[in-house]
Ligand binder design. Structure first.
Ligand code: FAD
Length: 445
């Protein structure tokens, strides 16, 4: 018998953005027995930039890890949306109002800084034990106590039983597949036919190019757009790195086995994809050393009928992978984890029915919101990637109108109404309120 709800054993699959935040959020709620299982031998995050939107910063601040991330991050003052070929400006949006409105500026940083701060926060918590080099291969029970097989890289597989299982094992989630099989639901990963090159140029690499130095010293996100492709770029790491992420039709992965999500790309292929973009971009892409072109496949899947089963919940990319056009994938995984912290922290008995009911509150608060973001990110991508024609003319007219007189911005990420919906949502406050409402009447389902 457990003495208290805080002694519930919580197991977390995956030490990515969602898993690390879930560990920290539950530890901060006073849980004493938290285990994180991670396939990798350490937190070897792919070096790349990440947008640190106010809704993410709010959660990280409450968890006590924002200050160190903020120290290295760069504040975005504005965003410029430009034509890839001519470099002429379609749209411009001032982002200065964001800090006054949402209390946190819109910032950009290095993924390693975000993950490092979360991991450091976890290390202060005695309640959290990490099991690196250990994969979770099979979830065999969900109720009353979840059970799974953990497979260490060296050593024998072992069975783990817990009270709550949180599966944040990313877009290729085995826990999602197992859960859907148990529920007899068929869904599959959807090909977006899009891929991304991710590039980081150091200040040293561009020091002889005044135009590129101007970019790294700017406090601005720039999108260069063209038919079926675009590039987004911003400075990170105290303006020591210029981070560039591209989106283009997926040709390289199309022929590859379906497990492949990242690959070393060919530099000449990359240069060809953006061959008609302006000279400034050509110079940036040419600075990528041969053999260091990294390409990612972008995948999503159909919305799932549910994110929970018994005492297990999926979170992050495991249940809502998204295209990166709204820059909200990690932010939404972090919101999931924060909400899980709130609802589990509020339960007052250790019955599995109560845990399941708390997880239902999590799903209620999070699922519609995350799925709206997925749709919006896809819609934004379609608008940004238009080829010549009436739709593109209308889009460009809207960019011009928004630049001159304000109004809706076709790049949803930069649209004030969309920002209000994303940044103005205090997920923890809403989770606490929803929990209280659902648990008010009785503790029975
Ligand atoms: C090009 C691109 C740009 C992006 N830009 C942004 C951005 O600017 N802002 C933003 O918010 N998001 C962005 N994202 C999205 C963001 O990276 C993801 O949404 C986020 O990392 C998801 O976090 P997660 O914890 O769910 O999964 P992940 O970070 O993928 O973590 C999953 C973890 O689980 C581990 N794992 C997997 N299987 C197992 C297993 N069986 N057992 C144990 N461990 C396992 C993995 O090793 C990994 O560590 C971008 C994505 C892409 C592709």
């Amino acid at each position: 018998m457990l003495d208290s709800t805080k002694d519930l054993k919580i197991c977390i699959i995956g030490a990515g953005m969602g898993g690390l935040t879930a560990a920290l959020a539950t530890a901060r709620e006073g849980f004493t027995n938290i285990h994180v299982f991670e396939t990798a031998s350490n937190l070897g995050f792919v070096g790349a930039g990440i947008q640190l939107a106010p809704n993410m910063a709010r959660v990280l601040d409450r968890l006590g890890v924002w200050a160190s991330i903020e120290k290295e991050a760069v504040v975005l003052r504005n965003t410029s949306i430009r034509d890839g070929a001519s470099d002429s400006e379609h749209g411009f949006v001032d982002l200065g109002y964001i800090k006054e409105t949402y209390h946190y500026a819109h910032m950009v940083g290095h993924r390693a800084s975000l993950a490092g701060a979360l991991y450091e926060g976890c290390q202060y918590e005695k309640a959290i034990t990490f099991h690196f080099s250990t994969s979770v291969e099979a979830v065999t029970s969900y109720d009353p106590k979840p059970e799974f097989t953990a497979v260490p890289r060296q050593g024998e597989p072992f069975t783990v039983q817990c009270d709550v299982l949180l599966a944040s094992d990313g877009v290729k989630s085995k826990a999602r597949i197992a859960m859907l099989e148990a529920l007899n639901v068929k869904t599959s990963v959807k090909d977006t036919n899009q891929a991304a090159y991710r590039i980081m140029l150091t200040r040293d690499q561009i020091q002889d190019d005044p135009e590129l130095l101007e970019l790294i010293d700017g406090e601005r996100v720039i999108r260069w757009i063209g038919a079926k492709r675009h590039i987004i770029a911003y400075p990170i790491s105290n303006k020591q790195i210029y981070n560039i992420s591209t989106m283009q039709p997926d040709t390289n992965f199309a022929a590859a086995p379906s497990e492949t999500y990242t690959t070393k790309g060919s530099k000449s292929a990359m240069l060809e994809v953006f061959g008609d973009f302006c000279p400034k971009i050509q110079r940036m892409l040419n600075l990528v050393p041969e053999g260091e072109v990294c390409e990612w496949k972008l995948r999503v899947h159909e919305p799932l009928p549910t994110w929970i089963h018994g005492s297990m919940a999926l979170l992050g990319d495991a249940c809502h992978p998204t295209l990166p056009h709204l820059a909200q994938g990690a932010a939404q995984a972090i919101e999931d984890a924060a909400v899980l912290g709130v609802v589990l922290g509020k339960i007052t008995d250790t019955k599995h029915e109560t845990i399941n009911k708390a997880l239902k509150v999590y799903e209620e608060v999070r699922k519609d919101r995350a799925e709206k973001m997925i749709e919006m990110a896809a819609a934004s991508g379609r608008a940004l990637h238009l080829g010549d024609g009436a739709a593109k003319e209308e889009r460009d007219r809207q960019f011009k109108e928004a630049k001159e007189n304000g109004g809706a911005v076709p790049d949803k990420w930069a649209d004030a109404d969309v920002q209000k919906m994303i940044y103005g949502f205090d997920c923890q406050e809403i989770a606490a309120r929803t929990f209280d409402e659902r648990f008010k009447t009785s503790s029975v389902l």
